[in-house]
Design a protein around this ligand. Structure first.
Ligand code: GDP
Ligand code: MG
Length: 439
């Protein structure tokens, strides 16, 4: 995927800003590259449209060339196409958590069971695996071997019982043992058929699984997405495990699964060894598909530079004790752009040791503050003194923001305290101050 895209970017590099006109060629290349990656046409269309729209909508960022800006947009859209945030395993409120593994033959179900057991074991979860693939004796043997290798118990009954019976017995065994997670390996078929679906439905009924994963082979490209959609319709899935990504450089399957089926990829398999399983991170996959890590980090650098400039401007205001509610809002938004306060804090010397809990608390209180500032008039924002003098203004703001008058008064006095304290601190810092953190 990466080579085709790279050419498109080079052409754009010589331009000044992104326009519909100069984006045409790179967009055509993106389209072609995605089709070559075996992404289905409707998905490609939607993707290209959303990229064009977003790219036109982005303003010029100082120091960033249009090609880099477009990479950033493509990257972000790829991430959102793949579901945005990583989705991890859901655990049952009352153990054991049951994970049912479905999928066609040879896609890597049994292997994925073992990998998952090891993954969970490393997280201090006790597991048991159920061998319900009674159709092939070798399949049970395979799971038993994996279990021995990782010291994870396997429940099996040869082929004396039906898969549903094994599931039932295995589950009660797991409950007796007080195991955290039950991983159920199932039999696959060469293709989707009624027998397999019915068996899965019955197992689902017996097991009441928290997770039902469809294991799909990345080498099947866009077919993988269609499969996830089909199984989801029949059985109801909670996610997919995409295997054999080590053998597929195109990434088409990874791209389309969420978009086509509505279900997230939760894990990826990248090899035959038991350790070759990882949670699926859409942003990492996007970077990998683009294969342009350098450009990406440059765009991020440029944005950091821009933030630094804004922060310096802010600092000037702080020095002059002119920091008002508008600056406050601007700073909050700057943080929002960074994604989190944690990201922002790394620009501020001495602030990188703040704990995640403190950051979450601060972020929460910032939201409250922002709601109150939103209820202020422009004059009030620019001239906080107005609020110290007028209780009726404070009452209005409290009503408008759904906060108490006390909270509004607190915010106003905080701003003045901040002004005073910031002025003292300003000399110590280079990147501006995060308001609301140390009060
Ligand atoms: P099942 O029929 O769905 O249970 O598939 P298996 O777990 O038996 O796997 C079929 C084959 O695919 C085996 O040879 C596995 O070693 C191999 N396999 C499974 N996952 C991966 C993977 O992520 N990468 C590679 N390269 N091979 C894999
Ligand atoms: Mg198997």
């Amino acid at each position: 995927l990466s080579t085709g895209l790279e050419e498109a970017w080079t052409k754009l590099r010589r331009e000044d800003v992104l326009t519909r006109e100069n984006m045409k060629e790179p967009m055509r290349d993106i389209r072609r590259a995605l089709l070559e990656a075996d992404v289905s046409l409707p998905v490609v269309r939607r993707f290209v449209n959303s990229v064009s729209e977003k790219a036109i909508g982005t303003g010029v960022i100082r120091g960033v060339k249009p090609d880099q800006q477009l990479v950033k947009v493509v990257h972000d859209q790829l991430v959102s196409l793949m579901g945005g945030d990583a989705v991890s395993i859901e655990f049952a409120k009352v153990p054991p958590t049951v994970i049912l593994m479905a999928g066609l033959q040879g896609v890597g179900k049994t292997t994925a069971c073992g990998k998952l057991a090891l993954f969970l074991k490393k997280k201090d979860k006790s597991c048991i695996m159920l061998a319900t693939d009674v159709y092939r004796p070798a399949a049970i043997e395979q799971l038993v071997t994996l279990g021995k290798q990782m010291e994870v118990p396997v429940f099996e009954a040869g082929n004396q019982l039906s898969p549903v019976e094994i599931a039932r017995k295995g589950l009660s065994e797991a409950k007796k043992k007080g195991v955290d997670v039950v991983i159920v390996d199932t039999a696959g078929r060469l293709q989707v058929d009624k027998g397999m679906m019915n068996e899965l439905k019955q197992m689902k009924q017996v097991l009441n699984p928290t997770e039902i994963f469809l294991v799909v082979d990345a080498m099947t490209g866009q077919e993988a997405a269609a499969l996830v959609a089909a199984f989801n319709l029949e059985v109801g899935l909670t996610g997919a495990i995409l295997t054999k990504l080590d053998g597929d450089s195109r990434g088409g399957a990874a791209l389309s699964i969420k978009e086509v089926s509505g279900k997230p990829i939760k894990f990826i398999g990248e090899g035959e060894s038991m350790t070759a399983l990882e949670p699926f991170y859409p942003d990492r996959m996007a970077s990998r598909i683009l294969g342009m890590g350098d450009i990406l980090s440059f765009v991020e650098k440029a944005q950091e530079v821009m933030m630094q400039e804004e922060a310096e401007e802010m600092q000037k205001k702080i020095m002059e004790a002119k920091f008002d509610f508008n600056d406050f809002l601007k700073q909050t938004r700057m943080m929002a752009r960074m994604g989190s306060m944690g990201g922002m804090l790394k620009f501020i010397p001495g602030m990188n040791k703040v704990s995640p809990l403190q950051i979450r608390e601060a972020e929460k209180s910032l939201k409250v503050m922002e709601s109150m500032i939103n209820s202020m008039t422009p004059e009030e924002r620019a001239d906080p003194e107005l609020l110290t003098k007028s209780p009726s203004r404070r009452r209005r703001i409290a009503l408008g923001s759904g906060r108490t008058q006390e909270q509004v008064s607190q915010l106003v006095s905080q701003l003045f305290q901040m002004r005073a304290r910031m002025k003292n601190l300003a000399t110590l810092m280079q990147g501006g101050k995060v308001p609301g953190l140390d009060n």
